[in-house]
Design a binder for this molecule. Structure first.
Ligand code: NAD
Ligand code: UDP
Ligand code: UDP
Length: 312
C-alpha cells in the first residue's frame, strides 16, 4: 500500500506515519514545515519504506498513491491566526489538490476535520448531525470556515465524482511530540510548569475541552480509514471525558510538581465555551473509544517534554 500523509511532519502526522510504517505501508510524508519539523520524523529517515518531501499542498502534487491522509494545516490558534489567509488557502486549495489527486489515482482519501466545525456550540455533547454555530468573520474563522469548506469539497467530490472519502471530526488531541511553543493549552501548561513559570489561564478557566491521547486517536483514524461498509462520515473522534481548564491545570501541576501559580489573561474572542464529542457513531461503526485517561496521558506527555526540554 502506497500511502500519502500530508502534514506528516506535524504532531498527529508523525504519529500516523509511525503507525503506517509499523503496519507495512510505503509512506510518502509531505510537509512544508510551517509548524512541523524534520525532527518529528527523523527516526523514520532512512527507513526503506519512508520518504519525506517538502511541498506545500496549496500547489498541485502529482504522485501515485493508494491512500491519502490529508492532515496539512496548522492546528494551534496561535499558528493558524499568524497568517490567516494562508490557513484558509491550505484548507481549501489543499483539499482541492488532494481531492484532484485522489480523483486521478482513484485513491481513498481521509480528511482531518475538526470539532471547530461546531464553533461555539449550543448543542452539548456535539453530535455529527449538529450544524454548528460558527462566526464567519472572526479571528478563528480562517480555520473553522476553511475546514467547513474542505468538508463541503469532500462531500461534493464524493457525490459528484464517486470518490472514496472518510471525514473525521477530531476533538482536542495531545501527547508526546507536541511542540513546546505550539501555543495549545496542554503543551503550554506542561512547558510552563516544567520551566517553573506561571500557567497562562485565559479567561476564568471554566471553559471546557475533552482531551484525547494521541495513541487513541491514531487507532480511531486507522480503523476508520480501513472501514469498508460504505460509511464515510462525518465521524467524531475524541475522548468524551470533559474538563475545565482549571481542572487541566490542576492535573498538570499535580504531575509536574513545582511551585507554578496561575496567571489570568483575557479570553481570546470566539473561544468556545464548552466542547465534548458524542462518539456513538465511532462506537457503532468502529467499535472504538478512547482508553487512556487524562492523568495517564498527561504523565506520558510530561515525561516526553521533560526529556526534550533538557536539550536546547
Ligand atoms: P500540527 O500543526 O502539528 O501539524 C500540521 C502539519 O501540517 C505541520 O507539520 C505543518 O508544517 C503542516 N502544514 C501546514 N500547512 C501546510 C501546507 N500548506 N502544506 C503542507 N504542509 C502543511 O497540528 P496537528 O495537531 O498535528 O494537526 C494535524 C491535523 O489534524 C490538522 O489538519 C488539524 O487541523 C487536525 N486536527 C488536529 C486536532 C488536535 O487536537 N491535534 C484537532 C482537530 C483537528
Ligand atoms: N491535481 C493534483 N494532482 C493530481 C491531479 C490533480 O494536484 O494528480 C490538482 C489539479 O491541479 C487541480 C485540482 O487537483 O487543480 C483539482 O483536480 P480536478 O481533476 O478535480 O479538477 P480540474 O483539474 O478539472 O480543475
Ligand atoms: N488556553 C489557556 N491557556 C493557554 C492556552 C489555551 O487557558 O495557554 C485555553 C483557550 O483559551 C481555550 C482552551 O484553553 O479555552 C483550549 O485552547 P487550545 O488553543 O488548546 O485549543 P482550542 O481552543 O482550539 O480548542
Amino acid at each position: 500500500m502506497r500511502t500519502l500523509v500530508t502534514g506528516g511532519a506535524g504532531f498527529l502526522g508523525s504519529h500516523l506515519c509511525d503507525r503506517l510504517i509499523a503496519d507495512g505501508h510505503e509512506v510518502l510524508c509531505v510537509d512544508n514545515f510551517f509548524t512541523g519539523s524534520r525532527a518529528n520524523v527523523a527516526h523514520l529517515q532512512g527507513h526503506p519504506r519512508f520518504e519525506l518531501m517538502r511541498h506545500d499542498v496549496c500547489f498541485p502534487l502529482y504522485v501515485e498513491v493508494d491512500w491519502i491522509f490529508n492532515l496539512a494545516c496548522p492546528a494551534s490558534p496561535v499558528h493558524y491566526q499568524h497568517d490567516p489567509v494562508q490557513t484558509t488557502k491550505t484548507s481549501v486549495h489543499g483539499a482541492i489538490n488532494m481531492l484532484g489527486l485522489a480523483k486521478r489515482t482513484r485513491a481513498r482519501i481521509f480528511q482531518a476535520s475538526t470539532s471547530e466545525v461546531y464553533g461555539d456550540p449550543e448543542v452539548h455533547p456535539q453530535t455529527e448531525s449538529y450544524w454548528g454555530r460558527v462566526n464567519p468573520i472572526g479571528i478563528r474563522s480562517c480555520y473553522d470556515e476553511g475546514k467547513r469548506c474542505a468538508e463541503t469539497l469532500f462531500f461534493d467530490y464524493y457525490r459528484q465524482h464517486k470518490l472514496d472519502i472518510r471525514v473525521a471530526r477530531i476533538f482536542n488531541t495531545y501527547g508526546p511530540r507536541m511542540h513546546p511553543n505550539d501555543g495549545r493549552v496542554v503543551s503550554n501548561f506542561i512547558a510552563q510548569a516544567l520551566r517553573g513559570d506561571d500557567l497562562t489561564m485565559y479567561g476564568d478557566g471554566l471553559q471546557t475541552r475533552s482531551f484525547c491521547y494521541v495513541d487513541d486517536l491514531i487507532e480511531g483514524i486507522v480503523r476508520f480509514m480501513a472501514l469498508d461498509t460504505g460509511f464515510v462520515g462525518p465521524m467524531n473522534l475524541g475522548n468524551p471525558s470533559e474538563f475545565t481548564m482549571l481542572e487541566l491545570a490542576e492535573h498538570v501541576l499535580r504531575t509536574v510538581g513545582g511551585t507554578s501559580a496561575l496567571i489570568h489573561l483575557p479570553l481570546p474572542s470566539d473561544d468556545p465555551r464548552q466542547r465534548k464529542p458524542d462518539i456513538s457513531l465511532a462506537i457503532e461503526h468502529l467499535g472504538w473509544h478512547a482508553t487512556v485517561p487524562l492523568e495517564e496521558g498527561i504523565r506520558r506527555t510530561v515525561d516526553d517534554f521533560r526529556e526534550r526540554l533538557k536539550t536546547p
